[in-house]
Design a protein around this ligand. Structure first.
Ligand code: SF4
Length: 398
């Protein structure tokens, strides 16, 4: 089977080109086409000799993601449903860090990327785990999520209109692949030649990132490389459900990415109910791996904590959560739950959310109550894929 050209580093391309007898500058020309011009067709690479293009096409694939549906939320969040070359679908979510709700532009643009088709970890609150795991994403499929969004950005930027508030949901409620594509110049962000849209990556989409460790790390090295997209390592966050051995392994890497833990409960009893992975790596093991990470990296980690009504939003969770955060110097990110169709979990009232937040802060920890993003576009991980597959009659995988 051919490998994809975007699974290779510049070093690997240079080495191959040396073996093929190509001059050294050809590799730089090729990565320019892939990562600056965002080319999806060998034929476009006109400064490469035809014989070289033919040989590349014979030996490598050049797969690009196909946009199935794009949904836009009132707060500027955009959710992309992509089709992979084998017909599977994945999601990426584009999030303005400082939403353009009040007339200004956003200060950073974060892309939340997926690492697997489906997920094997079956967290009780999550749409991605509902149909189980299908396969890991290849390196190039992780990289391509960023490139495909940049491609969309260039294609939809028809006017120098501001990236201001989006006043409607341009989503496709019917599953029609032609509907919902962002052809509306009013909602298109501004594109300035030479600039990129995505400057922050969170690996928090469909799948457990650390269960696809090698492909993920290689993809992040490529996205970080100056010859590719040049996204700074400090602007890349990996979020895990708590695979303790892989957290230790990540701690031993030279790569300085940020780490977030999807904690969601501070006692084993509650966490094991919500996240089966906790039975394999209970809180004691998880916290010990986190401590190792913090000691090795000298970096603050983040605890992501979904607030779910009547499950983990009570005072019994506040003290142990604050204790873990204080011990590790971790920051807590409280996220009100986005209800998922078919699941019984509910979001606590705004009063209950604020009470939990206040109680944590009163114990001296840094905690933020995240502003809800994209709740009008199935923003919870995996929901858009599930809904589209259901509309297209896709069978359950298990
Ligand atoms: S929360 Fe993450 S690890 Fe858990 S099922 Fe969803 S995608 Fe998998």
């Amino acid at each position: 089977m051919k490998s994809d050209i975007k699974s290779l580093t510049l070093d690997q391309i240079e080495k191959t080109f040396r073996v093929w007898g190509q001059p050294a500058y050809r590799a730089a020309q090729l990565v320019g086409w892939l990562y600056r011009q965002l080319a999806c067709d060998w034929g476009l690479m006109t400064n490469l000799p035809r014989a070289l293009r033919d040989r590349l096409a014979n030996e490598y694939t050049l797969n690009c993601l196909e946009l199935v549906t794009l949904k836009e939320a009132a707060d500027g969040t955009r959710k992309f449903l992509w089709r992979l070359h084998d017909g599977n679908m994945i999601e990426s979510v584009l999030i303005p860090a400082n939403p353009a709700l009040y007339g200004g532009g956003s200060d950073r643009t974060t892309l939340c990327v997926s690492t697997q088709v489906g997920c094997a970890y079956r967290c009780a609150f999550c749409a991605s785990g509902l149909r189980g795991w299908k396969r890991d994403l290849a390196t190039e499929e992780i990289v391509e999520q960023v490139l495909a969004v940049e491609r969309w950005y260039r294609a939809t930027c028809k006017t120098p209109a501001s990236a201001g508030p989006v006043s409607r949901i341009a989503g496709d409620e019917t599953g029609d692949p032609e509907a919902g594509l962002a052809g509306d110049a009013l909602s298109a962000p501004t594109f300035q030649q030479g600039t990129r849209l995505v400057d922050n990556i969170v690996v928090m989409g469909m799948g457990e990132p650390l269960a696809n460790y090698e492909n993920l790390l290689k993809a992040l090295h490529i996205l970080n490389a100056p010859w590719a997209t040049g996204i700074g390592a400090r602007r890349i966050t990996i979020s895990t459900a708590g695979l303790a051995p892989q957290i230790r392994r990540l701690a031993d890497e030279k790569f300085q990415v940020r780490l977030a833990i999807s904690l969601h409960a501070a006692t084993d009893e509650v966490r094991s109910k919500l996240m089966p992975v906790n039975r394999k790596y209970p809180l004691r093991d998880l916290m010990s791996a986190c401590k190792y990470y913090v000691d090795r990296k000298g970096k603050m980690i983040t605890f992501e904590y979904l607030l779910i009504e009547g499950v983990n939003d009570g005072p019994d969770q506040v003290k142990p959560l604050a204790m873990f955060a204080r011990r590790l110097g971790a920051k807590i990110n409280l996220i009100p739950y986005n209800p998922v169709e078919g699941l019984q979990w509910r979001r606590p009232s705004a009063t209950a959310q604020r009470a939990f937040h206040r109680a944590l802060k009163s114990l001296g920890v840094t905690a933020t109550l995240r502003q809800e993003k994209g709740s009008d576009i199935d923003a919870a991980c995996g929901q858009l894929r599930l809904r589209t597959e259901a509309q297209q009659g896709s069978p359950l995988t298990d």
